[in-house]
Design a protein around this ligand. Sequence first.
Ligand code: FNR
Length: 355
Amino acid sequence: PIPDGIVCVPDYEAPARERMGENAWAYVGGGAGDEATLAENRAAFARLRLNTRVLAPMRGAHTRLELLGQALEHPILIAPTAFHRLLHRDGEAATAMAAAATGSLMVVSAQASLPLETIASGARPAPWFQLYIQPDRAFTLALVRRAEAAGYAALVVTVDAPVSLRNREQRAGFRLPPGVEAVNLRGAAAPPPAQSTSEIFAAVEHAATWEDIAALRAATRLPILLKGILTAGDAERAIEAGAAGIIVSNHGGRVLDTLPATIDALPAVARQVAGRVPVLLDGGIRRGTDVLKALALGAKAALVGRAPLHGLAVAGAMGVAHVIKLLRAEFEVAMVQTGCATPDAIGPEVIWRGP
Ligand code: FNR
């Protein structure tokens, strides 16, 4: 059950930490290096001020949108995060149930702790599958075929995280408990021997490049979004490579410290893309006003990573559903106060630019 007194997403943090224990908390809550980017994702949202527009007509107001051919009830998506069984015995099945109950599109992680077919069978609207292009390209393609067959509606290729150093996790000595693993990645061939003697360079010797994105596009009918784009230049290359969408993300501050906040990186990416493909954003979203700000600065939708994990740790499917419900209610309040009757109507004028 949901503990009394939880009225917003940040209220979930303390009970989530208590439920999951310090080890898992270091994994879920931590970021790269000094965690400057982790903090900046939040701080940048907090710095932005909103503009009210009073007495705007709100008849017929709604949060619906269409995204890559899918009709969605609202623009709050569940970001791909690994190992939900670390936080709750029902794992991703609980998250999928909550997604269905709240009309949220779930992006299922390549490192999910349940079979991707099991998760898809409970998820509505049709979920997306997140992929890391594995050193074993044939295995990667087999995974794509499984995702297609299971009814996933799009592929999210995460392009920002082949290597990282998360000190909080290292200090805590984080290890996955027995029985929790990336079940969908079982059986991938070990990468061929590396030429580099550096452990880090060896790990990226067979990492994906732009050619892999073009090849993947030719190999599947599913639309491909690239997750982890922060610059106009990479956004342009993504479109050239055939990406159907772009997710502005710094992986929740987990991959390279001192990257900018995603909400600060968004405007330049959105300007470059200029509506050719949808741009989405994640990183630091804990409030409905954050979702409104993301849409105002050019995102079509926003994804939440840690927020649903906190709900999952505290109360399973109920907790995840509650988190989404809270965010959506705050988003609707923010729409009303800024005079936006639909997501499409949320533009840069809702951001305060000074008197
Ligand atoms: C992640 N993220 C992530 N991304 C991805 O593409 N594949 C993955 O398996 C994971 N796993 C993962 C685990 C945990 C514990 C966290 C916190 C994050 C990144 C995730 O999709 C998203 O980019 C961030 O979580 C967004 O930031 P917030 O909402 O957590 O601030």
